[in-house]
Design a protein around this ligand. Structure first.
Ligand code: ATP
Ligand code: MG
Length: 249
């Protein structure tokens, strides 16, 4: 199987504590893969490791058949893997305009044609050029998250790592941003790895998912299995009960 992201025996330790303990995950090109699990189970750490932002103690990470060693990643890698975080306040610079924030990744990667790319990115996330010179505090939460998505897309990555991308948003805005993500995934044939504590969101957005507990994957299943209640672990069943957004259907 060709994989977009392949994680093998991945262990990430902070001092003696194993935030990830021998994790295996394979994500196919164009697939949308979900990560669920209780708080502290290692979901963000796994995304951060794939993005080169967590200390890998053991194991391997391959992205599009390139093996990534430690935190030393080449620029092409940083271009192909982009991350979107839960809190758009935290990920946008408060004193920089939208224009500056979109220009920054282009400057870092010495990509030209900034003007056209910025207008295209704003358009793609459903915000017109009128938003270009606004500051984050002049945007709603949903608009801020759209800017964060535009910034992730502007380098034309093939993989998006999404860490609770809509959980800070109201339900109606959440649905809009999820629809936007689904549309860009289809249009650009992107691979997603998405963390959410809302199993309704995960089953809606993802084909398959891994369930994490204490830094390990305890169960893998398809969204269809989860929705139909074909669940192997009590731990997973309890997550389902705890997830308010989840409707068994
Ligand atoms: N830089 C760090 N230094 C020390 N411990 C860390 C660090 N990053 C994460 N951890 C620990 O690793 C464990 C996993 O954290 P992680 O953020 O991956 O959890 P999570 O599943 O994303 O939780 P949540 O749902 O609350 O976001 C936690 O116990 C956390 O305290
Ligand atoms: Mg987290």
């Amino acid at each position: 199987m060709t994989t977009s992201v392949s994680v093998r025996n991945l262990t990430v330790s902070f001092d003696e504590f194993k935030a990830l303990d021998a994790v295996d995950v394979d994500v196919a090109p164009g697939e949308s893969f979900g990560l669920v699990g209780e708080s502290g189970s290692g979901k963000s750490t796994l995304l951060r490791a794939v993005a080169g932002l967590a200390p890998v103690t053991e194991g391997t990470i391959r992205v599009e058949d390139r093996q990534l060693l430690g935190a030393r990643r080449d620029k092409a890698f940083y271009r192909s893997v982009q991350m979107v975080f839960q809190d758009p306040y935290g990920s946008l610079h408060p004193r920089q305009t939208v224009d500056r924030q979109l220009l920054e990744p282009l400057a870092i990667h010495r990509v030209g044609d900034g003007e056209r790319r910025i207008l295209k990115a704003l358009d793609e996330v459903g915000l017109g050029s009128g938003f270009r010179f606004r500051y984050p505090h002049q945007l709603s939460g949903g608009q801020r998250q759209r800017i964060a998505i535009a910034r992730a897309l502007i380098l034309e990555p093939s993989i998006l790592l999404l860490d609770e991308p809509t959980s800070a948003l109201d339900a109606s805005v959440q649905a809009e941003v999820l629809n936007l993500l689904e549309q860009v995934r289809r249009d650009r044939k992107l691979t997603f790895i998405m963390v959410s504590h809302d199993l309704g969101v995960v089953t809606h957005m993802c084909d398959r998912l891994a369930v994490m507990q204490n830094g390990r994957v305890v169960e893998r299943l398809s969204s269809a299995d989860l929705v139909a209640g074909r669940i192997g672990e009590d731990y997973t069943r309890n997550l389902m009960v705890a997830s308010k957004g989840f409707r068994r259907g």
